[in-house]
Design a protein around this ligand. Structure first.
Ligand code: EPU
Length: 423
């Protein structure tokens, strides 16, 4: 199990090239199951979550080739089973359900199991499949889906904490091959959903309204192969902007879509950082004194839950009291205990809310990564802490950040990766 050692202190400056979006690439790879023809996907990041998705596709019988960011999938013959051994490694594997149901009218997919960021039900996905006419059974840890015919319907996707992203993806991928018109009400409007819809449209699907809360799909009888470039990863970009804000002079993220990061750059401006934007780049720099801030996570275009942990780390440097609330995953505060071990002053007065008193005093400590974004927050804190922070369980980072340590080293960070050889 690798460890990362982050030496606190060096000032960061320079440019980071942002990779393709993990959360776009995963459902897009699943969508290649919808056709027998070849699909070519560019700008697929090199991450363990992507590797797990490719394993699932290969297990199901797809031919998969991969070379430097491009993945080619041919799903000519298909098994409709996604077993526990593979699915348990990555929750996003639930998004093979929609395409399997759409193309084969059946699927047997393991339930993914627990998740450290909180309860992550898939009730909205399953109810959505039922609305399209599928029979849904949960048996021995597996979801079994079956339909003689799939018929367009009105499918609500809004739950008590907002719309579901992968749920919207799943229904979209089943509805493109259903008979008639499906209206997804309360659809997630995240850029990753739009990216999936654009790929499906390139495959011959008829979809309108992606990026709004009402998506209309007119089913077609079959889809063909397509070529697609995945959008930039707005969360990776946001994480590097916070690194620049915390430990940088001027850090630029390039190959990004700035409009996707509007909530993140606004939050950085409120905290006192200077942001300048070009067509495909954003630069963060210091702009005088820092201020505390209040943030509440919300579905896109609101402030993303996937940036909540990183902003907790940032708040430790902003004098005064910052308030951060996560309404999407209220349990997602595992990083707090670790940040406190590094000298941060953080209270959790109630589930889902953190109050951070910025004291600017972080000191290195051995800490434990608990999930992907929490791990990123610990790396960020380590950049600013006095001494050498040892981060354990860094496989969480490798799930979702392409070469995070190398990219940080490229802008001046001092980071070492220790291979311990233990699983
Ligand atoms: N929810 C339900 N019922 C459902 C599905 C979701 O109540 O059937 C609730 C969830 O419990 C949560 C909220 O709805 O409170 C939103 O969850 P959502 O379904 O949107 O999450 P997801 O689609 O499973 C994706 C990202 C997450 C990101 C969330 C929220 C992927 C692969 N994952 O998950 O990304 O946090 O949307 O934006 O796209 C990450 O990259 O670190 C990550 C966790």
């Amino acid at each position: 199990m690798d460890k990362i050692l982050v030496h606190g202190g060096p000032r960061l400056s320079g440019t980071v090239r942002i990779s393709g979006s993990k959360n776009s690439a995963l459902p897009i790879l699943a969508a290649t199951l919808l056709t027998k023809e070849e699909c070519i996907i560019h700008r697929v990041p090199d991450l363990s979550d992507i590797h797990y998705m490719l394993q699932i596709l290969a297990f199901m019988g797809c031919e998969v080739e991969r070379a430097s960011g491009t993945v080619i999938v041919r799903a000519e013959k298909l098994s409709t089973l996604a077993p526990y051994d593979i699915v348990r490694k990555m929750r996003a594997s639930v998004c093979v359900m929609g395409p399997l149901l759409g193309r084969e009218r059946e699927a047997t997919v393991s339930l993914p199991g627990g998740c450290v960021i909180g309860d992550r039900p898939i009730d909205l996905h399953l109810r959505g499949f039922e609305k399209l006419g599928a029979m849904v059974r949960v048996e021995s840890g597996y979801v079994k889906l079956f339909a003689n015919r799939l018929r367009g319907s009105v499918v609500p996707m809004r739950g008590k904490f907002g719309s579901t992203v992968l749920g919207t993806d799943n229904i979209l991928m089943a509805a493109v091959l259903a008979e008639g018109v499906t209206i997804i009400e309360g659809a997630a409007a995240e850029p990753e959903v739009v990216d999936l819809a654009n790929f499906l449209i390139a495959m011959g699907a008829r979809i309108e309204g992606a990026g709004t809360d009402r998506i209309v799909v007119e089913g077609v009888s079959s889809l063909h192969g397509a070529e697609h470039r995945v959008i930039p990863d707005r969360i990776e970009a946001g994480t590097f902007l916070v690194a620049g804000a915390m430990a940088g002079d001027r850090v630029t993220v390039r190959r990004v879509e700035p409009s996707h990061l509007a909530a993140i750059t606004k939050a950085l401006s409120v905290a006192g950082f200077q942001i300048s934007t070009e067509s495909d780049a954003i630069t963060v720099g210091r702009n005088g004194s820092l201020h505390p801030f209040n943030l509440t996570t919300a579905p896109y275009p609101g402030f993303p839950t996937d940036m909540q942990a990183q902003f907790c780390a940032l708040a430790t440097l902003c004098p005064g009291q910052s308030h951060i609330k996560d309404t999407i995953f209220p349990q997602r505060f595992m990083h707090v205990a670790e940040l406190k071990r590094m000298g941060a002053e953080i209270d959790l007065p109630e589930v889902g809310r953190a109050v951070i008193t910025g004291n600017g005093r972080l000191s290195a400590a051995p800490v434990m990564a608990s999930d992907l974004r929490a791990s990123a927050a610990l790396v960020l804190a380590g950049l600013k802490a006095e001494g050498v922070t040892e981060i354990n369980r860094v496989y969480h980072i490798d799930r979702g950040y392409e070469h995070l340590d190398d990219k940080l080293i490229g802008i001046g960070a001092q980071i070492e990766r220790l291979k311990t050889g233990r699983p």
